[in-house]
Design a protein around this ligand. Structure first.
Ligand SMILES: Nc1ncnc2c1ncn2[C@@H]1O[C@H](COP(=O)(O)OP(=O)(O)O)[C@@H](O)[C@H]1O
Ligand SMILES: [Mg+2]
Length: 216
């Protein structure tokens, strides 16, 4: 079976405590997996490890069957991984919504017109066209989260790592995100403390505990 992500016996200790041990997980091509867990159980840390932002204390991370032995090894898969952090407030590179969503396309060499058209369509599909010319730092936390998601989806990564994608969103916006994520065929790990939300998205749900993941 073609796997996008394999985690083997991952353990993580931060400066203050043993966060988790023995996290083993396989995510197949286009499979959606959800992880829930108490505050502080290490959900965000686990996603950062898979995104290549922090190093686990033990165990192995494999992307597309390739072992990531150090943070440097993640570089060749940067474009394949779309990581939505829990806190997106310092995630943005441009002042306005449309500029920020266009940024990655412009960096890849797309013309201004093409980048604008594609970005505008992305705002339409996420229901945020009305935010096009708004200053990102004047938006609510929920609005910022959807803009950050737009900036990730536009780069068409193969893997999505989403940390609490709907916290701070109202019910309509949450439903919109559920519909969009359900329509996307990609490997995904979605982290949330919101069980009813996650059940609408991923057939496989795990709970993160100190001793690893338990399938629910
Ligand atoms: N930068 C940090 N330095 C020290 N401890 C941290 C840091 N970030 C998170 N923690 C601690 O690590 C544990 C796991 O945090 P986190 O991965 O954010 O859990 P979750 O996302 O499940 O709430 C928590 O006890 C948290 O307080
Ligand atoms: Mg978290």
């Amino acid at each position: 079976m073609s796997c996008s992500i394999n985690l083997k016996e991952l353990g993580y200790k931060n400066s203050t405590k043993d966060v988790f041990n023995s996290v083993t997980l396989n995510v197949s091509h286009e499979e959606k997996v959800a992880i829930i867990g108490a505050n502080g159980s290490g959900k965000s840390s686990l996603l950062k490890i898979i995104a290549g932002l922090i190093t686990p204390t033990s165990g192995g991370v494999f992307l597309f069957h390739d072992e990531m032995k150090s943070l440097k090894d993640f570089r060749k898969y940067r474009c394949d991984i779309g990581y939505l952090p829990q806190d997106v407030s310092d995630h943005f590179l441009c002042p306005t919504v449309i500029e920020d969503v266009m940024f990655a396309l412009r960096a890849k060499g797309k013309s201004k017109d093409d980048a604008y058209k594609k970005s505008y369509e992305m705002l339409q599909s996420l229901g945020i066209v009305h935010l096009e010319n708004r200053n990102i730092y004047d938006l609510s936390g929920g609005e910022q989260k959807i803009v950050a998601l737009a900036g990730i989806l536009i780069t068409e990564p193969k893997i999505l790592l989403l940390d609490e994608p709907t916290n701070a969103l109202d019910e309509d916006a949450e439903q919109k995100i559920i519909d969009i994520l359900n329509s996307i065929k990609k490997s995904m790990i979605i982290v949330s403390h919101h069980k009813t939300f996650i059940e609408k998205l991923a057939p496989t749900v795990y709970k993160l505990n100190k001793d690893g993941l338990n399938r629910l």
